[in-house]
Design a protein. Sequence first.
Length: 134
Amino acid sequence: YLKITEIKINNTIVALTSFDLVEINDDNDNENDSVRLYFSISFSKRINKDELKNVFEKNSVKLLFPSTSLNPIMTNIYWNDECNTVFFTYENFEKKTEISTPIYQLKINGGLNGIIAADECYLEDDVCVNFVLR
């Protein structure tokens, strides 16, 4: 199977063995309500060239709770030269406050409908990371 070797959100490396809610720091010292986050996902193998353009549909970042918070919007995506790490940027996140804790989810689809490596391997299961921004 294809494996994910590392997930980063901003400069935070996400533990792939934990199902805990991950707290992400806003490194931008941003005074705005809306925050931009940088993601990278590294895979154990080179990704099939035909898959590179479809990665947008095979991963997502979405708001889980509360429905009154902003929904993230993807603004940029690109691959490294080795085609084993994807980098993407989302905007429109809200930080945790005293009265609200927006929870977001990064989801990478697994199985035959997920990302396929150049040797036709695929992720065995979906990978989900739930996170908050502080």
